[in-house]
Design a protein. Structure first.
Length: 223
């Protein structure tokens, strides 16, 4: 399965986002965190800024909505042109319906889980989602430490996806770096969100390449 590196701009310079996006042009997606200060205790950006990012980004946008009332707002991000739209199961009243609406609007539909939220109830429904995101930190802030106890959840998801012969991707988000990406890939993830590891590096493009190589090597050992 293909490995994808999706840097988060949470640690980028928001005063010059066009330049910051160009610095990660060799990534597969750019991960854009939308926070409302209700679902998580942080406030970032909303749809108008995401629309401007879409207009200038050299790579597709993966919008991660850490917001309340995802059923109301998520589809608008797909309609705006985001390649992937992530919503949290804890914030959606009808997650399967919402995933179908996101797909109908032209985007990949991703469902996310806080570290302590069980994925078990959704294993029979994985075909409804293009990607699953078991968070490896508590959502809301960048720079947190990787929660390695989420890895059994990643493995359970990968096993279920394989058994059902699906092409559903598994993303990990939070604390992803050279020190943790191999373990996440070995557990079954193939999409990796790295914020501070990329934008804190002297050369973000080189860091993306290094993360991709490490994750790819780990995935190949499983083949």
């Amino acid at each position: 399965m293909t490995v994808y590196i999706t840097p988060s701009i949470l640690n980028a310079d928001f005063a010059d986002l066009r330049t910051e996006l160009e610095r990660i042009a060799n990534a597969d997606y750019v991960h854009v965190d939308v926070m409302d200060n209700h679902f998580v205790p942080n406030l970032t950006i909303g749809l108008p800024v995401v629309e401007r990012i879409l207009a200038v980004s050299p790579i597709p946008v993966d919008a991660h909505l850490m917001i309340e009332d995802a059923d109301r707002w998520a589809v608008a991000y797909a309609e705006a042109g985001c390649a992937s739209v992530t919503f949290h199961v804890e914030a959606a009243a009808a997650p399967i319906r919402l995933a179908r609406e996101i797909r109908a609007a032209g985007a990949r539909a991703t469902i996310a889980f806080r570290p302590a939220t069980s994925v078990e109830p959704f294993l029979p429904h994985l075909r409804e989602f293009d990607m699953v995101l078991p968070m490896t930190v508590e959502p809301g802030f960048g720079g947190q430490s990787f929660i390695d106890t989420v890895m059994p959840k990643v493995t359970a998801l990968r096993q279920a996806i394989t058994e059902q012969n699906l092409d559903t991707w598994i993303q990990v988000d939070g604390g992803v770096s050279r020190d943790t990406v191999t373990a996440a890939a070995a557990a079954g993830a193939n999409v990796f969100v790295a914020g501070s590891a990329v934008y804190g590096a002297p050369d973000p493009a080189a860091e993306i390449t290094a993360l991709r190589e490490l994750a790819t090597s780990a995935r190949q050992l499983l083949a």
